[in-house]
Design a protein around this ligand. Structure first.
Ligand SMILES: CC(C)(COP(=O)(O)OP(=O)(O)OC[C@H]1O[C@@H](n2cnc3c(N)ncnc32)[C@H](O)[C@@H]1OP(=O)(O)O)[C@@H](O)C(=O)NCCC(=O)NCCS
Length: 215
């Protein structure tokens, strides 16, 4: 049976691992980025270290099989990422040699362009009551309602805290996730042009911003 509970400090490693195992449209991060440790910091450290009360975990037979990372304050998220997380990551990338790996150059080039776009769209919600979320379920446990159960828990928590709406960004080619959010009543509000590395070049794709109102 799947059980959903609040995040605990000792779940941190499991969240980092699942996140990196599913980050490329449900597949491991290595398909798009070679440094797992660096990616886990970038993708999960705000949620596990700065706002852990908005993360929920799904367990099956005592094993963590999924997480949902919530953020109820996009402005706080933006400030923490820009002033605390990114500077630490720049240092970490230099020390670990991440930035010097030739396979990272296209990715970094794409990321610089993406960050500007991400910043522009997050800025729109800086002073609103909109939050955002990320969700990941291990491959072998998918389609058994873990995603639905965690979402129910996050939405009820967010509603208690007075959040007006919550958003999730999904790669347009991630049809499983698109169906999942649509089934849960999220609406595709915007499409943003993004870049991702494709060997020695960059290719464009759209990120869909799914939004759900919370009553
Ligand atoms: C998207 C994701 C979170 C869904 O979690 P889940 O626990 O498998 O979802 P649930 O079992 O609660 O819900 C299943 C519903 O999701 C959609 N769905 C999930 N997997 C699907 C698949 N392989 N094909 C079609 N629809 C799928 C369907 O609407 C499905 O409903 P149905 O079974 O009635 O058709 C999971 O597939 C995942 O972790 N994907 C990788 C990470 C990711 O893409 N995250 C989203 C971006 S933040």
């Amino acid at each position: 049976m799947i059980q959903v509970r609040p995040f605990r400090r000792d779940d941190r490693q499991a969240v980092r691992q699942i996140c990196c195992d599913v980050a490329d449209r449900g597949n491991p991060i290595e398909g798009i980025f070679p440094d797992r440790e660096f990616a886990a910091d970038l993708l999960t450290s705000y949620y596990t270290d700065f706002e852990p009360e908005s993360t929920f975990i799904a367990e099956q037979d005592g094993r963590v099989i999924a997480y949902i990372n919530g953020c109820l304050d996009n402005r706080r998220y933006g400030l923490a990422v820009i002033f605390l997380i990114i500077p630490r990551l720049i240092l970490k990338g230099l020390v670990r040699g991440t930035f010097f790996r030739p396979e990272c150059w296209q990715i970094l080039k794409g990321s610089v362009r993406n960050w500007k776009r991400i910043f522009d769209w997050r800025k729109k919600s800086f002073h609103s009551h909109q939050g955002h979320l990320h969700i990941g379920v291990v491959k072998e446990a998918r389609r058994h309602q873990a995603g639905h159960l965690m979402m129910e828990r996050l939405l009820s928590y967010a509603s208690e805290k007075g959040l007006a709406s919550i958003a999730a960004s999904v790669h347009e080619g991630n049809t499983e996730a698109c169906r999942f959010f649509e089934q849960l009543g999220f609406e595709p509000k915007d499409r943003y042009l993004m870049m991702m590395a494709d060997g020695h070049s960059l290719k464009e794709y759209h990120s869909i911003a799914y939004v759900k109102s919370i009553h």
